[in-house]
Design a protein around this ligand. Structure first.
Ligand code: PGA
Length: 255
């Protein structure tokens, strides 16, 4: 198995510190020390500490949904990599389409965070994906290429396998409209080809490319069976233990 499947839960702006701890307890009770799949949960900042405590001694890892690339200083409302590391955070979602759309994050800004994350022992989960208008205009692949090349600028050969890519078609996020397996696989293969051009085949083969956008237990097996789909970045279905655990099990079965 060249790439271990990865299931990451993006809780977005949901779950208090208490509710988050309860949710992860329910998850670990069900999956135990499942090690054939890498599992990451990404609560909001305010639940990181309680969730970290609930995960002590467990294989499930902790991710954040964002951070600021500066070390410290006058950045009201922001959180640094060091602050996340102090809470045992290992992963961070970067470039999510909601941050691009609602908070104006550009590829250049996202790239600064990718570089800082890697220098701070945080594994970036770099999100890319086209809007419905872009897909209908036939520009899906060029949009994904621009976001990927922009986000990965300056990422060295010895760093690329630490990066996780998440392909999330914006039109499929939270809409219930999942990409067909063929649509998803086409873009995943394109991303793998781009990584091959940038970093060479042996490294590109090791990078995990997750699918995100209305992934749920009913469609996961089919998506995860595709050759270049190495896991999922899960929004809605990560908010309940039952559906999230089923997704982890689907990933284990697809290994
Ligand atoms: P969804 O969200 O699973 O609710 O579509 C995925 C995401 O935004 O990461």
């Amino acid at each position: 198995m060249i790439r271990k499947k990865l299931i990451a839960g993006n809780w977005k702006m949901n779950k208090s510190a208490g509710d988050g701890a309860t949710l992860v307890k329910d998850i670990v009770d069900e999956i135990g020390r499942e090690t054939s799949v890498e599992v990451v949960v990404c609560p909001p900042f305010t639940a990181l500490e309680s969730v970290a405590k609930a995960l002590e001694g467990q294989a499930v890892k902790l991710g954040a949904q964002n951070f600021h690339h500066e070390k410290s200083g006058a950045y009201t409302g922001e959180i640094s990599a060091e602050m996340l590391r102090a809470l045992y955070v290992t992963h961070v979602i970067l470039g999510h389409s909601e941050r691009r759309t609602y908070f104006g994050e550009t590829d250049a800004f996202i790239n600064k965070k990718v570089i800082t994350a890697l220098a701070s022992q945080l594994k970036p989960i770099l999100c890319v994906g086209e809007t419905l208008a872009e897909r209908e205009a036939g520009s899906t692949l060029s949009v994904v290429q621009t976001q990927l090349e922009g986000g990965l600028k300056g990422v060295a050969l010895d760093q690329i396998t630490t990066v996780v890519i998440a392909y999330e078609p914006v039109w499929a996020i939270g809409t219930g409209k999942v990409a067909t397996t063929a649509q998803a696989q086409e873009v995943h293969a394109f991303i793998r080809d781009l990584l091959t051009k940038l970093y060479g085949a042996p490294l590109a083969q090791k990078v995990r490319i997750l699918y995100g956008g209305s992934m749920k237990p009913s469609n996961a097996a089919e998506l995860l069976a595709e050759k270049d789909i190495d896991g999922g970045l899960i929004g809605g279905a990560s908010l309940e233990a039952k559906s999230f655990v089923e997704l982890v099990k689907a990933a284990a079965a697809a290994n």
